[in-house]
Design a protein around this ligand. Sequence first.
Ligand code: AMP
Length: 286
Amino acid sequence: MKIIKDPVQLKQILVGERKLGRTVGFVPTMGALHEGHLSLVRASKCENDITVVSIFVNPTQFAPGEDLKKYPRVFKRDCGMLGKCGVDYLFYPSVRAMYPEGFSKPLRIRNAKWPRLARSLCGKFRPGHFRGVVTVVAKLLDIVFPDKLYLGSKDYQQAAVLQQMVKDLRLNVKVRLMPTVREKSGLAMSSRNRYLSIVDRKRSEKISRVLLELGRELEKNKEPVSKLKSRALSELKKHVDRVQYLEIVNARTLAPVRARCAEMGVLTACFVGKTRLIDNVIIRSR
Ligand code: AMP
């Protein structure tokens, strides 16, 4: 595995790879890797000749007061994991390399649809977050120019926003949305889980249970959506310290649903102690 810090160098290498007819799969990450990330890497390895992973803790997607400074950075460990998976190139740029002096604020794209998707759910509680995500991923795609971009369903809204960005900019990349990888307990794997104490981890395990139960009820129980939701919300509140949102949405538009539709998403963000966790389940009627 080659570790490359310079965007220009990586761009040149990948131009060379493509000239040889090789396809490129790309997995952007912020490091502190776990099986969720590795599942994306493995999918890319299966479907492409070359796999590129980036590790970059992107400052523009953190609001003041969020966990940018304490975000876990375990580069050596990450390298070992990616090397074992057979990753070809690890892109590990500095903040300066990604945001050089004179970098202007992200341009507004006229008629872009992604800002609408970015306003609700996490967007309400993390203003500017998705603008930062879109900015960094657009920059990374410009450097890597992959055939396929691998994203996890764990960050469902992020994936929806990025899929829309790819459409808005007519980028020639196929987005592959991969399933959420969970601990045996059901807890969605996340780099932030390492902030959790043993007690808080136990409490966090209830989040996926509440979502799965609500998903099952939406499929089977005929009660109104609003009633099922408020019951699930009360249950969730018993286990976590603060619920930012628990929403039942149309899985395509992310608009809240009042009546059942073919593809629904149940999404939540909540705090356990000081740790903010997100999770979701997607329900597709057969
Ligand atoms: P992050 O390092 O948190 O920015 O995540 C990088 C990529 O890994 C994103 O596309 C995430 O959605 C994906 N990812 C994170 N956790 C999981 C998980 N538990 N299962 C599947 N994909 C995940």
